[in-house]
Design a protein around this ligand. Structure first.
Ligand SMILES: Nc1ncnc2c1ncn2[C@@H]1O[C@H](COP(=O)(O)OP(=O)(O)O)[C@@H](O)[C@H]1O
Ligand SMILES: [Mg+2]
Length: 411
């Protein structure tokens, strides 16, 4: 029985806390996974940014990528390593690059999801370009933004078509506000979307491979309080519905980690934002939920690395479209979409793998989040975000939340 090492690379930017915890937990686990006659061991390393020869090899088996969406040298290194060296990366960099929030709305509308009515509008301002004047003077139709009010109903949301981090999101209540928001949007290409007004639940469902975790979200709370610690806020059937919605979206786009925001109104779930393929992983927003996320990172990356699961390089939407074309209620279609997702994410094999090889993980995580080392990871993240005089206070705050989570696991 040969001992083989799988190399897991972390391609990181501003992340501080989850990689520290991930590295410490992997060390503590010190895994030896039997696989096809070998004993598989794991090494975790941070991927550095440096010049590279397109023909050089790649030492990593799996890279967890948190940079592709904005740092292009790393994106192109990752693409080279997938194409030339058989690297497995999540998320698929081509899919991250190509699929904006707009595409996700279109695709999921086509699959039958209840996306609020949404329009796209040309931008208010442009970069100078010699072709601009002839193009706009010939083809751009004048329009009145306020006309969308009666079509979509007030209030409406105006937000960039490629969204992220609430940048440029404005709720507009009337014609004056709509004009002002459009004037202020500048060069951004915007969506105007009907509000899900009067929703009674806002849930963020984090999907990681086949794993999902629903959080009750409070959009009106200060940033560090938006992920609430409430449990039991939806029924088991609703949680299953959100699991299916999230995994359908993720499998459709080959996003292995992503989060889906959905609002419930009159018992119906409306997904509004599900193009978050580098999902928030910071202890300063997740706190109580953070240990779950770190565990999800460990489970999925170890499973992918140990089993040498082949990466899906090409997106294939056709099986979903075949289901969409069937004459049946949406819930029946969703059942079938989710079955495709479970097949793509190998849900059954993954669960069996975790039960067999990662049976201790929950206990290791629980213990780790009681250590000084874990607290220091929290402190480092807080120190990077909060003013000096608030560091101790907020470290204790987030640490307290994690201890509440630990207590909840043993009660
Ligand atoms: N159609 C909508 N109905 C109700 N609230 C919305 C709607 N669209 C956006 N919002 C609110 O605005 C926030 C930001 O919009 P979102 O689409 O999530 O943008 P981002 O991609 O920047 O996160 C949402 O979390 C939600 O609170
Ligand atoms: Mg959002």
């Amino acid at each position: 029985m040969a001992e083989v090492t799988r190399h897991i690379g972390l391609s990181l930017g501003a992340d501080i806390c989850w990689p520290l915890c991930f590295e410490a937990i992997m060390k503590e686990l010190d895994l030896r996974v039997p696989h096809e006659g070998d004993t598989v061991r794991f090494e975790v390393e941070r991927v550095m940014i440096e010049p590279f020869d397109l023909r050089q090899g790649c030492k990593y088996d799996v890279v967890i990528d948190r940079l592709t969406h904005w740092y292009h040298t790393s994106r192109e290194w990752i693409k080279k390593a997938i194409l030339m060296d058989g690297l497995y990366v999540f998320n698929n960099p081509w899919s991250v690059q190509a699929n904006e929030k707009h595409t996700t709305y279109c695709a999921m509308m086509k699959l039958g999801m209840r996306i609020p009515d949404t329009w796209m509008i040309p931008p208010k301002a442009y970069e100078p370009n010699p072709d601009l004047k002839p193009t706009l003077s010939r083809y751009a139709k004048l329009f009145d933004i306020t006309r969308l009010g009666p079509k979509l109903g007030w209030p409406m949301f105006m937000k960039p078509y490629d969204g992220g981090g609430w940048r440029g999101v404005v709720k507009v209540d009337d014609e004056g506000a709509a004009r002002a928001a459009y004037d202020a949007s500048g060069k951004s290409v915007m969506h105007v979307q009907a509000a899900v007004d009067g929703f009674d639940r806002f849930v963020r469902c984090i999907g990681f491979g086949p794993q999902t975790h629903c959080v009750l979200y409070d959009p009106d709370a200060p940033l560090h309080e938006r992920y609430t610690t409430q449990t039991g806020f939806i029924s088991a059937a609703e949680e299953e519905h959100l699991r299916k919605l999230t995994l359908t979206i993720n499998a459709f786009f080959d996003w292995e980690f992503n989060s889906c925001e959905a609002l419930r109104k009159d018992g119906v779930w409306y997904p509004i934002d599900f193009a978050n393929p580098c999902p928030d992983s910071q202890v300063t927003s997740l706190h109580w939920h953070f240990p779950w996320l770190v565990g999800a990172y460990v489970r999925w990356s170890v499973f992918c690395a140990a089993t040498k699961r082949p990466m899906r390089k090409n997106q294939d939407w056709s099986p979903f479209y075949e289901v969409a074309a069937l004459d049946m209620p949406f819930d029946d279609k969703l059942e079938r979409y989710a079955a495709i997702a479970d097949q793509r994410f190998e849900t059954a094999r993954f669960e069996e793998f975790c039960a067999k090889h990662l049976a201790d993980l929950d206990e290791v995580i629980w213990r780790f989040f009681g250590t000084e080392q874990a607290k220091d990871a929290v402190r480092q993240k807080v120190a990077a975000l909060f003013p000096h005089h608030e560091v101790e206070q907020f470290t204790e705050h987030f640490w307290g939340r994690i201890q509440d989570w630990r207590a909840s696991q043993k009660s």
